[in-house]
Every structure is written in structure tokens, then in C-alpha cells.
Design a protein around this ligand. Structure first.
Ligand SMILES: [Zn+2]
Length: 308
């Protein structure tokens, strides 16, 4: 069953889903905002609030319980940082954004990196040949993509906002500290250092759309809640602060597990092992770090300008 397949240490799976295009699905009651607590007497609910931002490939999962003020607040304050943080992953995997286009990546090494949405062909135009390291014996090629500067702590906050958005109504009391922190009408701050995020690459896997899972444990050990989100062949796993973290005698760990590889041994043999990278998203000032890519190939043809 699902519970077994998605097993993660001593955590229980409490939510799981896959969203993309197609029929809309709605979470939560209408006309009551789960972030600021207001209803129609003091807030408006005219806009469709996506439970997961559209740039992560979700065009269908809608949160009823988000007012227009909170929606525009998240869209202008935290989501742009998650957008910049995830852009290299999304460009490499051709994840469709709000305009249903796949993002283009450019930096000082790469003139253009773009996946065609229809053919799924990835085009990379380099500014010079040194931008890519080729290992012809190992049949792999690697390069580095730089990101536009972003505020890591706000990218993590945007991930926590998604976790609260996809949570069932009956779990919301658990997320009170996170909800207060997200509420634009509250002054509550929240900070956990290090703000760990595990980036996992699973070669040969392509989630069509955006997959998510929410895990909880009640073991008096922080973190009690983990949120996992995957698009293309990438996934991110991080903690979400909960009420349980405030219980007396809570043990603090600054470790989060890796989600086990679910591929068959044949697929792992064919495409290679998963890779994991731990990030600390606690900085609260504009910063950047590169995204390193390694791609295995069977055959490579080089296309360059014609030589005369
Ligand atoms: Zn609100």
C-alpha cells in the first residue's frame, strides 16, 4: 500500500498527491482563510489560490481557504524566492509555469538552456566550450548553473506555505506556529538554524506534474513534520515547524532522512544512483549558490559552428 511504498524512518505519511494539468481539485472550505483567519465579512475571496505555485507545474490544485490579501502577499513576498531557487531544476525538466511555458535558463556560461515542452528535447547553447566538463570514459557530462540571487529563508518559508496549503483541515491546529509565521497580519517570527533542505536527483524518473507528501511523527524529536515535493527528476525535502516542537523535553536533531529510492534495481542499474545534496536555507539576505548537473549519456554528437 501507499503507506509502505512511501515509508520514511519513523514518520507516518499523512498527505500525498500528484497534481498537474486537468480537472481542478479543491482543498478546504470556501470563504475562510487558513492563514489570516478572516472570512467574507472582512476579506475577499475572488481569486483562485493555487495550493502549490503554478511555476512548480500545478495548474489544478486549488486552495479554497486563502483570501485575496494573503494570496497576493505570498505571491509578492515569498514565492519569487522559491521561483528563483527552483528555476534550474525546472528549466532542466521542462516544468510548465503559469503561462504554460517551460522556463529558459541563461547565465554567464550558458547562453540558453531550454527544454521543448512538446518534444522534451533539451537544448543547451554554451558561451564557450569550457563551460561543460566531459568525461567520455564515464560517459557523463557535468556543468554548473548559476541562480539569480534570492533569499533562502524566504524560499523555505514558501515551501512551508505549500505544506500548510495541502494539509487537511484537521491537521491545521498542529501547524499553528507556521500559520502565525505565514500570517501577514501577525508579527510572529520563526527561525530554525540550520534550515535544512535535501535536494534529491533521481535519474530516469520524470514526475509529470508535481508530486507532494506530508509526513508526521510524534516522537518528541524535532523535526516532527517533513514536507516532500517533486517535479521532473528532482525532489526537495524539508521540515515544517509544528506545535509538537514546543512540547517539553523535545530532542533537537538537525538531520533529515533521505527518501528511499523507489525505483526497481534494473532502473537503478540503467540510470545510476540517486544523488542527494543538503542545503542550509537559513540565510535571510540575498545570496546565491550554483546548481551542479551531471548527465549520463550513451552517445554524444557535437554541433558547433561550421568550420571552413
Ligand atoms: Zn488571509
Amino acid at each position: 500500500m501507499v503507506e509502505n511504498e512511501f515509508r520514511l524512518d519513523d514518520y507516518h505519511l499523512v498527505e500525498a498527491g500528484l497534481t498537474g494539468s486537468g480537472h481542478k481539485h479543491y482543498i478546504g472550505p470556501r470563504y475562510i482563510c487558513r492563514f489570516c483567519g478572516r472570512d467574507r465579512s472582512t476579506a475577499t475571496f475572488k481569486h483562485k489560490a493555487h495550493a502549490i505555485p503554478e511555476f512548480l507545474g500545478n495548474h489544478a490544485l486549488i486552495l479554497n481557504s486563502e483570501c485575496d490579501d494573503c494570496n497576493s502577499h505570498f505571491g509578492s513576498t515569498i514565492e519569487p524566492h522559491l521561483e528563483k531557487y527552483t528555476r534550474p531544476f525546472r528549466a532542466l525538466n521542462g516544468i510548465t509555469n503559469k503561462a504554460r511555458k517551460t522556463p529558459k535558463h541563461r547565465d554567464e556560461q550558458i547562453e540558453l538552456l531550454h527544454m521543448d515542452r512538446h518534444t522534451r528535447n533539451l537544448t543547451i547553447k554554451l558561451r564557450n566550450d569550457d563551460s561543460v566538463k566531459m568525461d567520455e570514459d564515464g560517459k557523463s557530462v557535468s556543468w554548473s548553473m548559476s541562480r539569480e540571487p534570492f533569499i533562502p529563508s524566504l524560499a523555505h518559508k514558501a515551501l512551508c506555505k505549500i505544506a500548510v496549503s495541502i494539509a487537511s483541515e484537521h491537521h491545521l491546529p498542529l501547524f499553528e506556529p507556521t500559520i502565525n509565521w505565514l500570517n501577514p497580519r501577525s508579527e510572529a517570527g520563526l527561525r530554525v538554524v540550520p534550515t535544512l533542505v535535501v535536494e534529491t536527483t533521481t535519474p530516469g524518473t520524470q514526475y509529470r506534474g508535481c508530486a507532494y507528501r506530508l509526513y508526521l511523527r510524534n516522537t518528541n524529536t524535532f523535526p516532527h513534520c517533513l514536507f516532500w515535493i517533486a517535479f521532473g527528476s528532482y525532489s526537495l525535502l524539508t521540515f515544517v515547524p509544528t506545535q509538537l516542537d514546543r512540547n517539553p523535553g523535545v530532542k533537537l536533531t538537525s538531520e533529515i532522512p533521505f527518501v528511499p529510492d523507489q525505483r526497481s534495481p534494473e532502473l537503478i542499474e540503467e540510470f545510476g544512483p540517486q544523488t542527494h545534496e543538503e542545503r542550509d536555507l537559513s540565510p535571510d539576505t540575498l545570496t546565491t549558490f550554483p546548481h551542479r548537473v551531471q548527465v549520463h549519456f550513451e552517445k554524444m554528437e557535437q554541433h558547433g559552428p561550421p568550420t571552413s
